[in-house]
Design a protein around this ligand. Structure first.
Ligand SMILES: NC(=O)c1ccc[n+]([C@@H]2O[C@H](COP(=O)([O-])OP(=O)(O)OC[C@H]3O[C@@H](n4cnc5c(N)ncnc54)[C@H](O)[C@@H]3O)[C@@H](O)[C@H]2O)c1
Length: 365
């Protein structure tokens, strides 16, 4: 039966750089009549004009206030540098629109909580782009874990070992506490950390290290952490910008089998493997097979879910408490690295210097 026609979600893009052009626009266009991009904004007018021309967007603005006042979008996708996310998300909510903000969401827990406080009950809400949670492989693994079919998670490894050269850090906002909030854990590893926490969280205690080993940056270029979860499970977390053989790797050893995900920037079902513990019956192993269809962890499944949330007036999974977990974990890891002691989940509250800034005002020695 044809779907009754519903008006498209009227969307605007803020920040018309790489991710907006290479990922968000193709994703939005793939959704056909469900969504229409009516406006774009960037402070770099050359880039804005090229983007608007390429994608046929007639309403182009060099200030967000003008866009919100004239275009009245339902949804604003924020793809500007992280230092602008807080003020732009707040402006979008104030104008009565939903915000979908690229990671890292903001520069501190204080900024994040300010946004949550600005969300009215029933929406609009501000959510974070955490596309790695939304592929069919993660959805399947989440079901395997929550159903108990693969047993309790016991030990995990979460690795974002990537390679970013000095040229990558030439962009003014990268590699600076006040520009990106942190090192590769904030800028790169946040996706895999968010996925780990979503699958086996909540965590209870973290011990971290941070070091600047090879890049000319103000932040670290490598962090390591050991984590205890509320269930008692243990994990290691590594985020690196100096690793020539790059991988995004997640491994969860459960009572009944080992779950592994090995990919780089996004996965298919085939990138997940499930290795049974000795004695597992063939019937049980067969029940671990992803049912299909394979939906890779691009921005598409998260955007589709978000559009349904907007139409239903429902809080998105990566908004409010659900979008805060990775930021709190990373902040706690840095607090441990800078103070030399373990940090408990929930201890970083207003008044703590690490609440106001991920590095708590410290610098890497
Ligand atoms: N989800 C992912 O997998 C993923 C991947 C890459 C980047 N990102 C995130 O996307 C965001 C943008 O990254 P990028 O690689 O596209 O960077 P980019 O430098 O290519 O683009 C940023 C754009 O924002 C514009 N800009 C600067 N100040 C602005 C302002 N005040 N208002 C509006 N626009 C402004 C710049 O002129 C530029 O066009 C970052 O937060 C980044 O971490 C996410």
């Amino acid at each position: 039966m044809p779907r009754p026609s519903v008006p498209p979600i009227r969307t605007a893009i803020v920040g018309t750089g790489h991710i907006a052009d290479a990922v968000h626009m193709p994703t939005l266009r793939s959704l056909g009549a469900d969504v229409v991009v009516e406006a774009a904004m960037d402070v770099d007018t050359n880039r804005l004009t090229a983007f608007a021309t390429k994608w046929g967007i007639t309403a182009a603005y060099d200030d967000l206030a003008g866009l919100l006042k004239e275009a009245h979008p339902d949804l604003v996708i924020i793809c500007s540098p992280p230092v602008f996310h807080r003020e732009q998300v707040l402006a979008v909510l104030d104008a009565g629109a939903w915000a979908w903000c690229e990671k890292p969401p903001v520069l501190s827990l204080a900024e994040y909580d300010e946004i949550v406080a600005a969300e009215p009950d029933g929406g609009p809400y501000a959510s974070v782009v955490f596309q790695q949670r939304f592929g069919s492989g993660a959805r399947h693994t989440r079901r395997l874990l929550s159903s108990g079919r693969i047993g309790r998670p016991l030990v995990a490894h979460c690795q974002t070992t990537w390679y970013r050269d000095d040229a990558y850090y030439d962009v003014a906002w990268r590699g600076r506490w006040t520009g990106e909030g942190g090192g590769p854990a904030m800028g790169l590893g946040i996706h895999q950390i968010d996925l780990l926490l979503d699958l086996i969280g909540p965590w209870s205690e973290v011990r971290g290290h941070a070091a600047r080993l090879a890049r000319d940056v103000q932040t670290d270029d490598v962090t390591t952490a050991t984590v205890r979860f509320e269930t008692g499970a243990l994990a290691t977390v590594v985020s690196s910008a100096v690793s020539p053989r790059q991988t995004s790797y997640l491994r969860i050893d459960c009572e009944g089998g080992t779950i592994e995900l090995d990919h780089l920037y996004g996965y298919h079902d085939d990138d997940w493997t499930y290795t049974p513990a000795p004695g597992t019956t063939p019937e049980v192993i067969a029940s671990w097979k992803p049912p299909g269809p394979d939906e890779p962890s691009t921005h598409l499944p998260q955007l589709t879910t978000l559009l349904a949330d907007i139409r239903a007036g429902r809080r998105p999974a990566t908004s409010g408490p659900g979008g805060r977990e990775a930021l709190e974990f990373i902040t706690a890891m840095y607090k441990s690295a800078f103070t030399g002691r373990p940090v408990q989940r929930g201890e970083i509250v207003p008044g703590d210097p690490f609440y106001a800034a991920v590095n708590g005002g410290h610098d890497i020695r």
